[in-house]
Write a protein that binds this ligand. Structure first.
Ligand code: SF4
Length: 382
């Protein structure tokens, strides 16, 4: 009789949607060094702003729930008080903004209004919180589920599965009986044909909302596509969670709020001028707004709010396709890791992929990374 031996124990690899999969898609090498190689960036400006704007929306929500924030009478001082609480929490974690992005105090000379970080925090709270907070059922919802590991059995991974993890900023239960025609979020949902087609005789639906501390990406960019995969994967994860809880509430859509659209910086306006000239955005400005943009000015407020919302309707086929894309991303990461283990003398050759010039500018690795865009970054004395 042959006694079967047990295989080596292994842990199911866990992949976070934003921290791993989207980071890898932005730049494989940066992901390898910053996430897998415990070499965190020294001035993580992208991370600071993302954490800052998420923190502002969360602290605002908890203050409103506790009755400390009046959504209908919120002024600049209220929004800056909340922004300062978040900036100080980030400082405690060793995270600081670039000098020109945000200031905590201005000794009453209105300087804070010249800083984009201060203004985006102000507009995110004062324009979005009154519409969004009353719709929130749950915030910071953690989700995790298993996916089959591609490449298992072909020497690419020891694990038959991987765990995909996500933290959704907001889950909202949208009641079609209480349709709020003046709410821009509800309006954007109802105007999307694929979403309104999903509404049947059911009264309650869930929507998933995520904040992004960035501009609305051009529709032909990888980022635009990857954000859709992210929302679709969130919808799948939430679906699994709802089923596991024995509930039947259907999911209607995923929504991204591109909060930087509420107050575009000068550089962002220049980028958008180019994008609009080339017709690479789904929400093109018209008449007055086009004129404003051509003159280097910001849009009217209603169009800024409109551009900050992106809705992706619940669609099982699209969800399946997004999951398969991420399965392939995990397969690539696992195969790069195995390849590096087999020959660790030259890390660079195992991690390649796409990267953008903008990302290289703010990356600590640019002075020695052979893939840095244009390759002409020099070491600067601090
Ligand atoms: S310098 Fe550019 S290519 Fe190199 S790791 Fe950084 S972002 Fe990626």
């Amino acid at each position: 009789m042959t006694i079967k031996t047990k295989g080596q124990p292994y842990e199911i690899p866990r992949y976070s949607l934003t921290g791993d999969l989207l980071s890898f898609l932005e730049c494989e090498i940066q992901y390898r060094f910053n996430s897998k190689g415990s070499m965190p960036p020294s001035t993580p400006v992208q991370r600071w702003f993302g954490d800052f704007i998420h923190g502002v929306m969360e602290v605002g929500f908890s203050e409103w729930k506790d009755g400390r924030l009046d959504l209908n009478n919120m002024d600049f001082e209220d929004t800056q008080r909340i922004a300062k609480i978040v900036a100080e929490r980030l400082e405690d974690r060793g995270l600081h903004p670039y000098g020109s992005l945000y200031i905590k105090e201005d000794s009453g000379n209105n300087k804070r209004k010249d800083y984009n970080g201060n203004m985006i925090a102000h507009f995110s709270l004062s324009r979005w919180a009154p519409y969004l907070y009353p719709l929130i059922n749950d915030n910071e919802v953690k989700m995790e589920d298993l996916r089959p590991m591609l490449g298992y059995g072909q020497g690419l991974s020891n694990s038959e599965y991987y765990a995909v993890q996500g933290i959704v900023d907001v889950i909202s239960t949208f009641d079609v009986r209480k349709f709020q025609a003046n709410n821009p979020l509800v309006k954007a949902l109802m105007l999307k044909e694929e979403v309104s087609n999903l509404i049947s005789n059911q009264d309650e639906y869930e929507i998933i909302i995520d904040y992004k501390g960035m501009e609305r990406p051009p529709t032909d960019s990888d980022t635009w596509k990857h954000h859709e995969w992210q929302l679709n994967t969130y919808m799948w994860l939430r679906d699994q969670q709802i089923k596991a809880e024995g509930r039947k509430t259907p999911i209607l859509a995923g929504v991204l709020l591109y909060l930087n659209e509420l107050h575009l910086s000068k550089a962002a306006i220049e980028r958008l001028q180019k994008v609009v000239n080339e017709g690479r955005t789904d929400l093109m400005p018209k008449e007055q707004d086009l004129h404003r943009l051509q003159n280097g000015n910001r849009f009217n407020e209603s169009f800024r709010i409109k551009r900050s919302i992106r809705v992706v309707a619940y669609n099982p086929e699209q969800i399946q396709s997004s999951l398969e894309h991420f399965d392939n991303v995990v397969k690539c990461i696992e195969s790069n890791l195995i390849s590096e283990q087999s020959d660790s003398t030259d890390v660079w050759k195992h991690w390649t992929g796409k990267y953008s010039k903008d990302r290289c500018v703010a990356c600590d690795l640019k002075t020695f990374c052979p893939h840095a865009k244009e390759g002409n970054f020099s070491i600067q004395v601090p």
